[in-house]
Write a protein that binds this ligand. Structure first.
Ligand SMILES: [Zn+2]
Length: 113
């Protein structure tokens, strides 16, 4: 549903911009400036969503359930948490600590035999 809403918004913006180019060129220019300026609000929205996610995650972890697999058990590990069910690690602020992915370069290193 979100994907269709996002596509609809972009399609509508395209139609408005396309019509503006021929009828009101200043409007198209204003749309570009507006789009660039709205990046700051997108970043603020992302920060707000992440803060909300961490807050909800902490609530789940305090009640002993894992926010990822919704089961558990979750046991405290220092100031952080770890889930025994799915193996997910969570930092003290509630954000999930993703395991480090092996870098591409590591596989290219020749192993002497
Ligand atoms: Zn889990």
């Amino acid at each position: 549903m979100y994907a269709f809403a996002a596509f609809g918004a972009y399609a509508l913006a395209f139609v408005v911009a396309f019509v503006c180019v021929f009828t009101f060129p200043l409007g198209a220019l204003a749309l570009v400036v507006l789009g660039v300026l709205s990046l700051a609000f997108v970043a603020l929205g992302r920060d707000a969503l992440q803060a909300m996610e961490r807050w909800m995650s902490r609530r789940w972890l305090r009640s002993g359930r894992c926010p990822q697999c919704r089961m558990g058990p979750v046991h405290p590990r220092g100031p952080a948490w770890a889930c025994r069910g799915c193996g997910a690690d969570f930092a003290a602020d509630g954000s999930q600590e993703l395991p480090e992915e092996p870098s591409e370069d590591a596989s290219l290193v020749a192993v002497p035999d």
